[in-house]
Design a binder for this molecule. Structure first.
Ligand code: B3K
Ligand code: ZN
Length: 908
């Protein structure tokens, strides 16, 4: 049963080392879905005189305790925790406990999914398996014995190496696994059930042979090749880029359909959501293929950044997550660039595409988090429930912080810092400060001020002013940074915020659009055309000298490649943005200029909608879009990025008071206008970007499909019969999921005549494939409600009807996310209807999910984080919904923290 938790805040300042060390653990599992018995035998050593040993436990039944072989009764149990007193300086403790995996719907600890056993221990799930010092700074070696019925559970897996296997009486069998590397309990894992694998043997850099396996349910075996290839690429990449080799003889990936997040880096036994393993041309899109490579890479890279060197406490989570996200981003960028180089390019456009995608997530999700009630520094100072802190701030902003080291120190300097980090800390549980010290010491740099990126929350706003002295050819850049208090920083007594150390990359464009050589005042000669400025003061000026004299000032290209996670406030004219879009040598900033233009035009349209003025599409914007669309010197993938309009959620954040209905109307007006104005060009792009030959998910052909399908989306927006037919034909004839699904989406979103038939056909074709059925639900959760004859039709009604569909269940997180999260977080205009229907639905679903799976419920709860940003009727509707949830007397600690913080922000 779920506990009803009272809020207890855990503070970073209260950290103390553990009173005991546990050097080794032997675990024996007698696996049974209803009652699994676990015998844990631990070698312990006392580290602090007189301290009792308090072991964490949750949802466990105590069967017995022995100390050095003798029954032991000097213990007490409170609220799950087991406290043992009078223990000797060292000894062996045996604890026998039982749990009920079949009844475990939280998917934390040991649970059953589709008849097989799986575990998830990070952050605090191990305590649901056995009593333990369940904290990351307790590292032990594990030996694991698994016993189960051989017919029902033929495969028995755990971390490390398989050392013995035998049959037992009564149709049972046993497997023994040993992991030679000391690890924290959160990296422990077992899997048991009817699974099959593909395997490969590879030889690593130092000449050792390794066994790689991808384990799935038998019917999915034909969807594992891409995950295996991705793993091999990741292993090679980590050797080449960071000199890091696979340390175990065997490395396994296992896929499970019921999983709270993407995947988990358990030592040698990575457990994955099926969504990030299974793919073939018929069932997975280019984006799915891409995400699989990225997540497989991410989990593999954790083997060094997270597992070999782990976190001292959970406040240091970004030590492993920010660093590992940075590593997976670099891996993907290198893979994409390699494909572009093979295709006769230089890789820069592919890298920019990856950077754009990452920055888009940062801006659309992390910036709002950093401005809302859950705002927290990359290294938080407190939490109520640690699972709520696996956030975009810890992950994505954390990755930006790691990237800034590389920007400041250069690639080689960063590598030196990494080498020193492993030299100093291999096998240890350390802090973000230890990482920063390694970067500083390896490069002889003072990174003290840089530490503020870990301790202060919020997104700094950098205001830019420039001065041009035409007679001396001197360009002065005046930067000012501001970062008001956010989230719990606004509580009384919090110290004032100090300036950040911002690596600010800049270039200057001459009248011909080419980069000018840069020379700062005081330097003997110009060097380079992009300079990274150390912007460390609240306001600071940088003078560039020796520039071509004359009335026309150079045009600055600011924050190139998005060199820091900040908002740049610069008052470019439309002409200047159009010039940057056409000429900037930094492809990221070409995209950025286009986004600024589109955002400006969209926000003006939103104002017009609100004021009841007639809407008119800016001619300049049409011209700028046409230039990008028809510029075949740009890669299709890049053009697709540049032609994608800023998302509705992003626009909401850019307004002082968000008005989702007006934003939607304005954006749809622009989409329809661009569709009509550029119809011939869209059609040409559609035809020119057809791919030939059998489907492959490589970045070059994926880029072509992306542009072609973007064009299709615009074309169907014209509501022309011929375009409906084009989409219908693509839907029927597609030989891959990317094209089929894009056509379906175009039909569905525009309420095309063939829409219902296509939806029914899609379901029928793929009803046996849960991941594709998720796509079907998700598309309908995100559909518009305001098109043509369907104007006024509410998506909420469709969503409620779909919840009655036989394939719908709240118990499977992927399914719940596909329908409910898609609607609540991916469909702002329909979710925020003024009748409050979306908010009532949200409250119902948060409460329903919380009774099943608090972690998933708490994620959904966050959909109302930004409630204070909306127009008064919406704000009040959201407040009422939050209060309704908060009033429940059965809330988990997870959901209570989220709604509590959202509501207390009201008074801040
Ligand atoms: N480390 C896991 C996330 C665990 C989440 C626990 N609520 C996956 C990852 O970041 O690789
Ligand atoms: Zn991770």
């Amino acid at each position: 049963m779920l506990r009803t938790d009272t809020a207890v805040t855990v503070y970073r300042k209260d950290y103390t080392p553990p009173a005991f060390a546990i050097e080794s653990v032997e675990l024996a599992f007698d696996l049974d879905p209803r009652r699994t018995v676990v015998t844990s035998t631990m070698r312990f050593t006392r580290r602090q005189a007189d301290a009792p040993l308090t072991l964490a436990g949750e949802a466990l039944e105590l069967v017995g305790i022995r100390l050095d072989g003798q029954p032991f009764d000097a213990y007490r149990l409170d609220d799950g925790d087991l406290t043992l007193t009078g223990l000797p300086a060292s000894g062996t403790l045996e604890i026998v406990s039982a749990c009920n995996p079949a009844a475990n719907t939280t998917l934390s600890g040991l649970y059953v999914s589709n008849g097989n056993f799986f575990t998830q221990c990070e952050a605090e799930g191990f305590r649901r398996i056995t009593w333990f010092l369940d904290r990351p700074d307790v590292m032990a070696v594990y030996r694991v014995t698994l016993r189960a019925d051989k017919t029902a559970y033929p495969v028995l897996l755990s971390n490390g190496n398989l050392v013995a296997e035998r049959d037992l009486d009564g149709g049972r069998h046993e497997a023994v696994w040993e992991d030679p590397f000391p690890k924290p309990s959160y990296l422990f894992a077992i899997v048991a059930g009817k699974l099959q694998c593909i395997e490969e043997r590879i030889t690593t850099g130092s000449g050792k042979e390794k066994l790689l396996q991808v384990w799935v349910e038998p019917q999915d075996l034909d969807k594992t090749r891409h995950a295996m290839d991705s793993l091999i690429h990741a292993i090679r990449w980590d050797e080449q880029r960071f000199g890091l080799e696979l340390d175990l003889d065997r490395f396994m990936i296992v896929a499970v359909g019921d999983f709270n997040m993407g995947a988990m880096e358990n030592k040698g036994l990575n457990i994955f959501n099926t969504k990030y393993v299974l793919a073939n041309a018929a069932t997975a899109t280019d984006a799915d293929f891409f995400n699989i490579e990225s997540v497989v890479g991410h989990e593999y890279f954790h083997n060094w950044t997270g597992n070999r060197v782990t976190c001292r406490d959970w406040f240091q989570l970004s030590l492993k997550e920010g660093l590992t996200v940075f590593r997976d981003q670099e891996f993907s960028a290198d893979m994409m660039a390699a494909a572009e180089i093979d295709d006769a390019g230089d890789g820069s456009s592919a890298r920019a595409v990856k950077r754009i995608e990452d920055v888009r997530v940062l801006r659309q999700v992390q910036f709002p988090e950093d401005a809302g009630p859950m705002a927290h520094p990359v290294r938080p100072d407190s939490y109520e429930e640690i699972n709520n802190f696996y956030t975009v701030t810890v992950y994505e902003k954390g990755a930006e912080v790691v990237r800034m080291y590389q920007t400041l120190l250069g690639r080689d300097g960063f590598r030196k810092g990494m080498d020193l980090y492993f030299q100093r800390h291999d096998g240890q549980a350390v802090t973000c400060d230890d990482f920063r010290a390694a970067m500083a010491d390896a490069n002889g740099r003072d990174l003290t001020q840089f530490g503020r990126w870990y301790s202060q929350a919020g997104t700094p706003v950098v205001t830019v002013h420039t001065e041009w002295d035409a007679t001396s050819g001197t360009f002065t850049l005046k930067l000012a940074q501001q970062c008001p208090k956010v989230g719990i920083e606004t509580r009384p007594g919090t110290p004032d915020k100090q300036p950040f150390h911002i690596p600010f990359a800049i270039g200057l464009l001459g009248a011909d659009g080419k980069d000018l050589p840069l020379q700062l005042d005081g330097e003997a000669m110009p060097s380079g055309t992009t300079r990274v400025l150390d912007f460390t003061e609240a306001s600071q000026s940088f003078r560039f000298v020796g520039l071509p004299k004359g009335p026309r000032a150079p045009l600055p290209s600011l924050l190139r490649d998005f060199s820091a996670p900040v908002i740049v406030d610069a008052d470019y004219s439309d002409e200047e943005l159009t010039f940057l879009l056409a000429h900037d040598s930094d492809p990221f900033n070409r995209w950025e200029a286009g986004q600024r233009l589109a955002t400006r035009a969209l926000l003006k349209l939103v104002g017009d909608v609100q004021a009841g003025r007639e809407l008119e599409l800016d001619r300049g914007l049409i011209g700028a879009f046409r230039s990008v669309l028809t510029d075949t010197s740009l890669s299709p993938a890049f053009r697709e990025q540049a032609l994608m309009l800023p998302a509705e959620g992003y626009l909401a954040e850019r307004m002082s008071v968000a008005d989702p209905a007006a934003i939607h109307r304005a954006r749809q007006f622009m989409r329809a206008g661009l569709a009509r104005a550029l119809q011939t060009d869209w059609l040409a792009a559609y035809e020119e970007n057809a791919t030939t030959g059998p489907y492959t998910p490589d970045p070059i052909s994926a880029g072509k499909r992306a542009l072609r399908n973007l064009a299709l989306g615009y074309l169907v927006e014209t509501q022309a019969e011929a375009m409906y037919a084009l989409a219908g034909q693509q839907y029927q004839q597609a030989d891959n999921m990317t094209d089929r699904f894009a056509a379906l989406a175009a039909l569905v979103n525009n309420f095309a005549p063939g829409r219902e038939a296509a939806l029914a056909d899609f379901y029928q074709r793929f009803e046996q494939d849960p991941l594709v059925v998720d796509k079907w639900f998700s598309l309908q959760g995100m559909q518009r409600g305001d098109v043509g004859p369907h104007a006024g039709k509410r998506t909420i009604d469709t969503v409620r009807a779909l919840m009655q569909h036989p394939a719908f269940t709240l118990r499977n997180p992927n399914r719940a996310r596909a329908l409910i999260f898609s609607f609540c977080s991916g469909n702002p205009a329909q979710f925020h209807l003024e009748d409050g229907s979306g908010y009532a639905f949200w409250a119902e679903q948060v409460l329903a999910l919380d009774a099943i799976n608090p972690q998933v419920a708490a994620r959904l709860a966050r959909a109302l984080d930004r409630w204070q940003k909306y127009t008064p009727p919406l704000r009040e509707g959201m407040r009422a919904a939050l209060e309704r949830v908060a009033a429940s007397d059965k809330l988990s600690r997870d959901v209570r923290e989220i709604v509590g913080k959202a509501l207390s922000a009201a008074s801040a």
